[in-house]
Design a protein around this ligand. Structure first.
Ligand code: NIG
Ligand code: FE
Length: 421
């Protein structure tokens, strides 16, 4: 056995989420593997060697350097499987508009919403976008996230989408975080393709014949996502685009049944998508289709809260049907400008009615499954990357409890210190 380089000891609790290397479904989500009086031994190459009683890891690895958790709680770093972190200016003006009764899609129809972020991003340089996103990703990390999926989708032209994906690649090299890049060229139909002489069919052709091949050729994305929603992309259009993406070796994600039902969850299941995200308007048939599939149901309660929508996704029905449910922040300038993953756990418990154990599994193992990394991150168990977050609480249930606070003291990625606020 290789000797440990680092030991984490003296934690009040360790939330291990240990178990099979796949999304946990239904009743399996009720076990977050919380242990007391155990330490975590990490090898020099950043993998977990053992999770065992403190005295045992100490005596087995006498030369290792020791991190004293001082009675705090250790968890797997959160896996935030859905963010739109590459954008320019914040869209605070839309919050008041919605409060005054103007809906999200109505704001978009007036040229605001996603279109406003597109105009803004297109005018910014790669360096400027790297600087803006780096600061924002550090804030996400400061709340305990260590793996973060990041989408393009505010470029909506070949050049601006590739620029966005290059920004993500640079950030992945520069920041002590695991970033998962997703191509979301089908986030909207850009305004210039809505009027003669150009058509939305031409934009879809551009996506399929130029953007996807270029993204795949440079290995710029692992996933392809689409906003499949009545009024945005139909299920048939989504099928065309996602089938092409799969042909280029990309795995699939969908913004599915977010505001209105469009049978997008059923499409996600049909296409064997890795995840179907949002689902606030999913139907009974959609729930049944996801339950029969290997597609993770990713819920984003911060979005519905921030939009002031009355209905959250039917998390309990999804879990009862046997789905694997993940939680994510949806961090973006329009519908979910929060960097606080523990707040998403709070909403998971208080709005989606998850148990605390279910919320932790949804934020770690199932988030990892939603980015195809369930065998690498999301658990504190031998063989996994030592991606760890330490919280200033004595019981893990306090993490969703102190809502809005920042209790994360530090994170480690691959056993190396990553973020300390
Ligand atoms: O997940 N629904 C589409 N995409 C984002 C919002 C993007 C935006 O408004 O800028 C979402 O909610
Ligand atoms: Fe989103």
């Amino acid at each position: 056995m290789s000797d440990a380089a680092t030991l984490f000891v003296n934690a009040a609790q360790v939330v291990t989420c240990a178990g099979p290397a796949r999304g946990r479904r239904g009743a399996e989500m009720s076990d977050a593997g919380v242990r007391e009086r155990v330490g975590v031994a990490v090898s020099a190459d950043g993998r977990i060697i053992a999770v065992a009683p403190d005295a045992e890891v100490r005596s087995a690895h006498p030369r290792a350097s020791v991190v004293d958790c001082a009675g705090g709680v250790l968890t797997p770093g959160f896996v935030d499987s859905h963010t739109h972190a590459i954008f320019g200016r914040p869209r605070h003006e839309e919050q008041e508009l919605r409060a005054a009764g103007v809906g999200y899609l109505e704001i978009a129809k007036r040229g605001g919403g996603i279109h406003s972020s597109v105009r803004d991003l297109r005018a910014r340089s790669e360096d400027e976008l790297v600087a803006l996103a780096a600061a924002r990703l550090r804030r996400l990390a400061a709340h305990g996230s260590t793996t973060i999926e990041v989408k393009s989708g505010y470029g909506l032209s070949l050049e601006a989408e590739l620029r966005t994906l290059r920004v993500i690649r640079r950030l992945a090299a520069e920041l002590p975080l695991r970033l998962v890049p997703t191509f979301l060229g089908a986030h909207e139909v850009p305004l210039e393709y809505r009027e003669a002489p150009r058509t939305r069919a031409e934009y879809i052709a551009l996506l399929v014949h130029e953007m996807l091949p270029a993204v795949a050729k440079d290995g710029l994305a692992r996933f392809c996502d689409i906003f499949c929603e009545p009024g945005v992309y139909s299920a048939d259009e989504a099928r065309t685009i996602l089938t092409a993406a799969r042909g280029h070796g990309l795995a699939l994600k969908l913004h599915a049944d977010e505001l209105e039902n469009g049978a997008a969850a059923e499409l996600a299941a049909e296409l064997h998508a890795t995840s179907a995200d949002h689902l606030a308007a999913i139907s009974e048939q959609g729930i049944a289709a996801l339950a029969r599939s290997g597609t993770v149901a990713t819920l984003l309660p911060g979005t519905m809260l921030f939009l002031g929508r009355p209905k959250q996704a039917p998390a309990r029905a999804l879990i009862s049907a046997g789905c694997a449910v993940a939680l994510a922040s949806d961090f973006n300038p329009g519908t979910s400008p929060t960097v606080n993953f523990p707040l998403v756990l709070t909403l998971g418990v208080s709005q989606l009615r998850l148990s605390v154990a279910e919320a932790f599994v949804a934020a770690t193992v199932n988030g990892a499954a939603a980015v195809g990394m369930a065998d690498q991150v999301g658990q504190l168990a031998p063989g996994y990357f030592a991606d760890v977050a330490l919280f200033d609480v004595a019981d893990h249930r306090e993490i969703p409890y102190w809502y809005g606070d920042r209790r994360c003291l530090a994170t480690w990625v691959g056993g190396r210190p990553a973020h300390a606020p």
